[in-house]
Ligand binder design. Structure first.
Ligand code: FPP
Length: 241
């Protein structure tokens, strides 16, 4: 069976099965190893990974998934060589320029979430402009987690709650799980139903620590640039089982 036939077959089954994940989150790992295996510089792996971002986005729209959250740049990624950080920021700008119209046409609403205090200049502008341009998209909410860390997000939520208590807007007794979740970057979307991680690593890597409490996991040895729409459908299909 060709890849296209297999993809169609899986999509058909996904539609029949029901119990679709509403929210899919992905740890896109293995770009560096993909490049190294080909004797290429690391950034070429990230460039190749952009195609898989498109595939995952398209896959979610076709299957009817409502929210896709991608771990695009972690807080730990700031410790990588300066040239790689710069290349990743540049890649993000390119993504925004290249995909903007398609995202608008497909009804994708993009939100860029994380601690953006260290991001200035052109990449900062790109973030703001893609959010503005895609606001109100009805088919898919795409969260791009950039300069994101799960623990830092929890600390931030605690600070925001403490501030409200200090101002007299909130009673300590009213701090419950819902009040806490309301202060996270993901306050307006449900928790992920399915977490996909590529490149075989069995770690959460400081991703969505609060939100993943009840999430099913799909770990694949495939490296992110090799992860196609068909693989995305396989993960959803597996989840439904
Ligand atoms: C992990 O691979 C991946 C990243 C740190 C960056 C992810 C970025 C992309 C997929 C492309 C750009 C995406 C957008 C949304 C513009 P790694 O470098 O940790 O791989 P390794 O573990 O093999 O070294």
């Amino acid at each position: 069976m060709s890849d296209l036939d297999e993809r169609r077959r899986l999509l058909h089954e996904i539609k029949l099965n029901g119990s679709l994940p509403v929210h899919v989150a992905i740890i896109m790992d293995g770009n560096g190893r993909w490049a190294a295996a080909r004797g290429l510089p690391r950034f070429r792996g990230h460039t190749a990974g952009m195609k898989s971002v498109r595939e995952a986005t398209q896959g979610c729209i076709e299957a009817g998934v409502r929210v896709l959250t991608l771990y695009a740049f972690s807080q730990e990624n700031w410790n990588r060589p300066r040239a790689e950080v710069a290349a990743l920021m540049k890649l993000f700008e390119r993504y925004v320029a290249k995909e903007r119209q398609e995202l608008i046409d497909e009804g994708v609403e993009v939100r860029v979430l994380g601690d953006h205090r260290r991001i200035t200049g052109a990449p900062r502008k790109a973030m703001e402009s893609i959010e503005r341009a895609t606001a109100g998209g009805k088919n898919l909410r795409l969260n791009l987690m950039i300069s994101y860390g799960g623990r830092a997000e929890i600390v931030r939520a605690s600070q925001r709650l403490a501030e409200r208590v200090q101002k007299g807007e909130l009673d300590i007794a009213d701090i419950d799980e819902q009040a806490f979740a309301n202060e996270l970057y993901t306050a307006d979307v449900p928790d992920p139903d399915l977490l996909i991680r590529t490149s075989g690593e069995l770690r959460v890597s400081n991703f969505l620590l609060w939100q993943l409490a009840y999430t099913e996991m799909f770990i694949t040895p495939l490296l992110w640039p090799d992860f196609t729409r068909t693989h995305h459908f396989e993960a959803i299909h597996e989840y439904q089982k």
